[in-house]
Design a protein around this ligand. Sequence first.
Ligand code: FAD
Length: 451
Amino acid sequence: SPSRSSVIVIGAGVSGISAAKVLAEKGIEDLLILEASDRIGGRIRKENFGGVSVELGAGWIAGVGGKESNPVWDLAAKSSLRTCFSDYSNARYNIYDRSGKIFPSGIAADSYKRAVESAIQQLRIQEANPCSRDLYKVSEPPSAPKTPIELAIDFILHDFEMAEVEPISTYVDFGEREFLVADERGYEHLLYKMAEDFLFTSGGKILDSRLKLNKVVRELQHSRNGVTVITEDGSVYDADYVVLSVSIGVLQSDLISFNPSLPRWKTEAIQQCDVMVYTKIFLKFPYKFWPCGPGKEFFIYAHERRGYYTFWQHMENAYPGSNILVVTLTNGESKRVEAQPDGETLKEAMEVLRNMFGPDIPDATDILVPRWYNNRFQRGSYSNYPIITNDQDFHDIKTPVGRIFFTGEHTSERFSGYVHGGYLAGIGTGKALLEEMEKDKERKSESQTFL
Ligand code: FAD
């Protein structure tokens, strides 16, 4: 049919855009990008809050200053994205208890050291039993955290980063520094810059008809000859190939049906991957009441419930005078808070802050609670492969099914969960598809010579 495209890219997050760019630059002009929401960017998303631009999704460029340069850091440099160095390492010296006392640094350092040792020990046990995937869930860790400070440190270690426990490829390859994006144009500006290279833009807007927003893909009919894509509004698009860049959470949901169904090796691998929910709650205040200055950007609240408003950051380094605090929740706490009215969350957060800083601090004047889990185009924040990954599952998640190619951060072998993971995955998938198209062309011309 005349409306048939060579390739349809589903999703306009960083991986979809980078895959489309690779294809366009290699001469695949008749591509189409279908995006469910009303914007590009996906999990890279800024919003104006309290007079500044805050990042609801990815906030940091992680992995900077090492032997290789992080490609996202290079993109940021090229568009002079404003960033700000973040040093988490001091957070452990700013641990508050419920009465507002800061734990002495010796005690904090000791607890931290013990938590790291325990995590390493746990990892060795897992390594020795590589087959039992759920070992961590069934067996009690060697010295399970129990006191509020132990629980707080356990949360920081496990729900943030395990870099001190096991080398993480991002830091090994690209360096250990992290930079917070603090730019009014947002982290997503990098995506617009990429899009500009291959889509028609004018006045800072993408006006190319090959990018279609508000197109929620609901069904993929696929065969040896091509793929038919059907969207929620009843549009039908035909293509030779599809690049599917939706998140692992969306793949686990029933948003998109496949006809015929995906093979079992595929669906089983998809279901095996854990999805992390990570929520940054922003609070605006009339004035500052928290300590600022060197080593004070991050602080921790130790509560008897693990992950209860544990990890705090002030935004004075990024935006001086903004009077904004950010608290990060994960998984169960994220889901709980997503399900309740924001006013309730504000009350909880204020109670925690009054425990830390006293009864006289002012109420927040505004709150922003992103809902990544309940967003049907996301269903979580990022993929969370266990440190000891089953390589087969990973391989299966990434492998194409006929003419459907899979991309996204969850298909990045070394950098899953990160922006650079999504970016590099998109490039990799784009290249793999180009190779396949080349082979297909050869096969066709061979069969023609035989005819
Ligand atoms: P996405 O950005 O999810 O793109 C997929 C696109 O598909 C979306 O635009 C979605 O709307 C669209 N879509 C979904 N379903 C359909 C459908 N049915 N039809 C059409 N389109 C559909 N990474 C870092 O490097 N540093 C960080 O500090 C960091 N922090 C994070 C904090 C949070 C709260 C979150 C959520 C993520 C964070 N990440 C961070 C991870 C990073 O944001 C992601 O790894 C990356 O943006 C994923 O890009 P992607 O292209 O794979 O997926």
